[in-house]
Design a protein around this ligand. Structure first.
Ligand code: G3P
Ligand code: CA
Length: 344
């Protein structure tokens, strides 16, 4: 391994508490209504009652965590309109895929702060385009400060950071784990009871984190493929009873794609019961309101951007026993979750 703290022998994370109300995780903020991963998107999510705000994390040249879904900032900032950065456009191989654009690791934080966020999905979310050019790329420190500022009067706003491309970042001299744990510890967060979940699609990175912190860890997985650092076993192997038992040795829960629990209108899988049997919680991703993201039976007409019955989608999965969920529309998520909670 090229990086990080020594591996420790995994001990099981504390078992999930029984039947706490499902949590609502604002996916990249209220990203259905504001450009993703901006303080405006996170603030709206908090105003709408989200329990957790989700920053995906990448590193700058000077090793500062910033909130972006990927280190390629071409599609979510106005970097292409900055002539002073034109020469930094380049092509890189990241997790086996070729990407051409501008990358956070080639910018200092001060340089990144001269850019502004733009809407990733302008065709699906045309109302968000009015905010293009208004908001900065936030740092993790700013996201933490925002959550803490709103954790008042008995309310706790948590953060749900995801390490993006940790193996790639380590390969270019920016290992993430120790830096992240130190920053969270400095914020007062190191225990399973603290309002933080750390998530990753990779495996070794979570295992290293398990040896470094008591914070709850979430193994992300998708309906196809496998982790960038361990393509085998695939995610499919991870959801066998044996695979889930292994995940439970280093993680508190799993973050499966919705299709792994119920693929569209097909019958549900046994993943919720299987994961619970292994002592794991489930926080699937991602509920989005637009037709294109919904099962056929919950769509409203044929226009891809029109909103369908996202509430019904959330209710379906809550009825299957999930313990929380990611959504681009946390306001809707909170309303549905609260109604379901009342009826339990
Ligand atoms: O982290 C949960 C979900 O966000 C995973 O997908 O690609 O949106 O980070 P992604
Ligand atoms: Ca994420």
């Amino acid at each position: 391994m090229a990086h990080g703290a020594p591996m420790q022998s995994p001990a099981p994370q504390p078992l999930a508490r029984p039947l706490s109300p499902p949590i609502v995780i604002a996916h990249r903020g209220a990203s259905g209504l504001r450009p993703e991963h901006t303080l405006a998107a996170y603030t709206l999510a908090i105003d709408q009652g989200a329990d957790f705000i989700e920053p995906d994390l990448v590193l700058t040249k000077d090793n500062v965590f910033v909130a972006r879904h990927e280190n390629d900032i071409t599609g979510t900032t106005n970097v292409a309109t900055h002539p002073e950065f034109a020469a930094r456009r380049t092509t890189k191989l990241i997790d086996g895929e070729s990407h051409t654009g501008w990358f956070t690791e080639d910018f200092t934080l001060a340089e990144l702060k001269t850019l502004r966020a733009v809407e990733r999905l302008p065709k699906l979310r045309p109302d968000n385009v009015q905010y293009d050019g208004q908001f900065e790329v936030p740092t993790l420190a700013e996201v933490i400060a925002l959550a803490k500022r709103h954790s008042v009067g008995g309310r706790v706003v948590g953060i749900y950071p995801e390490t993006k491309h940790p193996t790639y970042f380590a390969s270019i001299g920016h290992p993430m784990e120790a830096l992240l744990i130190a920053q969270l510890k400095a914020a007062g967060w190191s225990k399973p009871t603290d309002p933080v979940f750390i998530q990753s699609f990779e495996v070794d990175n979570l295992k290293r984190l398990h040896g470094m912190t008591g914070l709850r860890l979430i193994q992300l997985m998708d309906a196809s493929g496998g982790p960038a650092d361990r393509a085998t076993p695939s995610y499919a192997a991870m959801v066998t009873p044996a695979g889930l038992k292994t995940v439970a040795s280093y993680a508190y829960g799993i973050g499966p794609g919705l299709a792994m629990i119920q693929n569209g209108d097909a019958a549900p899988t046994t993943l919720v019961a299987d994961a619970h049997a292994a002592g794991l919680r489930l926080h699937p991703w991602t509920f989005r309101a637009e037709n294109v993201f919904l099962p056929k039976s919950l769509q409203n007409g044929v226009d891809l951007a029109t909103h369908g019955k996202i509430e019904e989608a959330m209710r379906r999965y809550l009825a299957l026993g999930i313990d929380g969920f990611f959504t681009d529309f946390p306001g809707i998520g909170v309303k549905v979750r609260d109604a379901v909670k009342e009826n339990r």
